[in-house]
Design a protein around this ligand. Structure first.
Ligand SMILES: O=C(O)CCC(=O)C(=O)O
Ligand SMILES: [Fe+2]
Length: 372
């Protein structure tokens, strides 16, 4: 016995470093497929827990995403306008300003957009892009599913709700995710840098193969948070030395795993720092999303060009399912299309040290997610 007490549902005894460190690196192909990265970059991913790819997508591929986002902002503006929530449609503002104007008149507008989780064709195209999957294959092998937790980040200037504190992604997922490598591509829709709030990672914090004790919730948000001291103690990082700023140019991406501690900085610029985070893992392991939503199969060894069933994947709206699982039953009816709060089972995985308007509607029921 280690003498340590199991305190919160998210705490575990059994670490799995071999799932995340260099031992998990698949044999690299002798002949590279389109888009595949040099072996030293893949090694860095396993050894350091992250790698920045400066150039990957074409201008057309990402411009299509920008167009799709502009359309979503336009739809949101019209929705709010018709409901009398805003007095102006702000049509003269471009993609990098319009939502800020809307947000100023209707605080929380960015949260509504964030949680809509609409997956336009342009997002699907980069998520399942053959070149992208070729890189994912270098990390997890030829059987690949898209993970149900993906996000469009609506990072308007100086906005607490989109400044994500230190965390490991598995802290948001159920404990089955502690046993499977999940790869994230973090893809900015403009040059992302310190000023506009790019990401920072704590290099090598994944090597212990475990999730440190998180807490909930960060200020007026739905985010879990990882205390710096706890991170240094449990994950053996020295933040002074190991914190790495990860600027990513438009066209590039940052690759991370589900055990590496990371955060995003405040956006001190005047532009919205739009980004997408997309995830993949092997399909034969649980995605660890509390049995709320499954992944979407994208490629198998025997069928590398399979037809992706997006329709089935889109059947479940993740944020609604999450709210239903943990919200007070009697309040669920009230949660209409202008609800700017987010709830989810991750809030019940960790000590609740700070309550706010997001946690106010949580039920008292304990978290249960295992089917068996
Ligand atoms: O984009 C952000 O601000 C945070 C992203 C993040 O935490 C992630 O992609 O896992
Ligand atoms: Fe994250």
């Amino acid at each position: 016995m280690s003498g340590e007490k199991k305190l919160w549902p998210g705490d575990i005894q059994e670490p799995h470093p071999e799932v995340f460190d260099i031992r998990a690196m698949p044999p690299q192909p002798k002949e590279k497929k389109a888009g595949q990265l040099p072996e030293n970059m893949i090694r860095q991913f396993f050894e350091e827990g992250y790698v920045i790819v400066d150039e990957f997508f074409t201008q057309e591929e990402l411009d299509a995403c920008r167009v799709a986002i502009a359309r979503q902002v336009d739809d949101l503006a019209n929705l709010l306008y018709r409901a009398g929530k805003i007095k102006d449609l702000y049509t003269h503002y471009g993609l990098f300003e319009r939502l800020t104007k809307i947000e100023a008149e209707f605080p929380g507008a960015n949260i509504i957009l964030h949680k809509q989780g609409r997956l336009p064709q342009a997002f699907r195209d980069i998520w399942a892009h053959p070149r992208m999957l070729n890189v994912v294959e270098q990390i997890i092998g030829p059987n690949i599913a898209g993970h149900p937790v993906w996000n469009l980040r609506t990072k308007t200037p100086d906005n607490e709700a989109t400044t994500v504190p230190w965390h490991q992604d598995s802290a948001y997922l159920d404990n089955r995710s502690y046993e499977v490598m999940q790869v994230t591509a973090w893809i900015p829709l403009l040059d992302a840098n310190r000023e506009n709030g790019c990401m920072e990672v704590a290099a090598r914090g994944h090597l212990k193969g475990k999730v440190a004790t998180h807490q909930c919730c960060w200020r007026d948000t739905w985010y879990v948070m990882l205390d710096e001291k706890e991170m240094e103690k449990t994950l053996d990082v020295d933040l002074k030395k190991d914190t790495v700023l990860c600027p990513v140019p438009y066209g590039g991406m940052l690759l991370i795993n589900n055990m590496i501690p990371h955060r995003s900085l405040n956006n001190l610029s005047n532009d919205i720092r739009w980004s997408l985070d997309l995830r993949w893992q092997r399909p034969d392991k649980s995605v660890g999303f509390y049995d709320l939503k499954e992944g979407v199969l994208m490629r198998t060894k025997d069928n590398p060009n399979l037809k992706i069933n997006w329709e089935d994947f889109e059947q479940v709206e993740r944020h609604i399912a999450a709210k239903k699982q943990v919200g007070k039953k009697e309040l669920l009816e009230d949660a209409g299309q202008f609800d700017t709060t987010i709830q989810g089972p991750w809030m019940k995985k960790w000590e609740m040290v700070h309550q706010n308007r997001h946690t106010a509607t949580l039920s008292d029921e304990k978290l249960t997610w295992h089917k068996n």
